[in-house]
Design a binder for this molecule. Structure first.
Ligand code: SAM
Length: 216
């Protein structure tokens, strides 16, 4: 148990109550030390419920957003999950605890320095079911497709066709869409490959920059 354990547990229990989190999400968020994913200067703020700067004009998502997205993804052991927008790697770390050793998380980040930070933290923590790829995730990551779940932690101008294509039948995709006004979409692919989408509500993310995202 680390020095922040009690604060982390208290925050996660509050989120569980507010957002009706399932037990898998609760357990994973209590396990993952968020303070290791923020710059040392912000270590003491890691268990407050807001985003923090991680350099390069990017942020680590607020704990409630990670919790809500993990809950909506309806994750299970053994799943293969694609994340677009690693940042320093906190959200993918939480997902990796839920999918377990027989599952896999592939996470794509366009800023090499952030990807390297995430790799280093995963190495230190011994999280070896996460693969960090440097590149433009707006086109997904075809090599490991198809995926049970895909989620994007940056806001896109529209839902990228590549991501829809790389999703398995019965798979789910979560993606924020919009510029100034953004909404989180829950997209499901049925057994015939048909796409069904629901708007979960308003959110705030940094832009997805790339071929199927916004211009740099
Ligand atoms: N998942 C992160 C976490 O755990 O806190 C959130 C990271 S931040 C909100 C979004 C990230 O998406 C940034 O690090 C940004 O560089 C990245 N990003 C933006 N466009 C991207 C793209 N086309 N491909 C990959 N990463 C991208």
């Amino acid at each position: 148990m680390d020095e922040y354990y009690e604060r982390r547990k208290k925050l996660v229990e509050k989120l569980k109550y507010e957002f009706n989190l399932n037990e898998k999400v609760v357990k994973a968020m209590i396990e993952v030390p968020r303070h290791l994913f923020v710059p040392p200067f912000y270590g003491n703020e890691a268990y407050n419920d807001y985003p923090l700067p991680i350099g390069h004009g990017q942020t680590i998502s607020a704990p409630h957003m990670v919790a809500i997205m993990c809950n909506l993804l309806d994750l299970d052991e053994d799943m293969k999950v694609l994340e677009i927008g690693t940042g320093t790697g906190y959200h993918a770390a939480v997902v990796s605890r839920i999918v377990g050793d027989r599952g896999m998380v592939i996470t794509v980040e366009r800023i090499p320095e952030l990807a390297e930070k995430a790799r280093k933290i995963y190495g230190d923590l011994g999280y070896d079911n996460i693969e960090v790829i440097v590149g433009d995730g707006s086109r997904g990551y075809e090599r490991e497709s198809p995926y049970d779940r895909i989620y994007v932690t940056a806001s896109a101008p529209k839902i990228p066709d590549s991501l829809l294509f790389q999703l398995k039948p019965f798979g789910k995709l979560l993606i924020p869409v919009g510029d100034f006004i953004q909404n989180l979409y829950i997209v499901e692919k049925d057994e015939y490959g048909q796409i069904h989408r629901k708007n979960w509500g308003a959110v705030r993310f940094v832009p997805l920059v790339g071929d199927e995202g916004f211009d740099d």
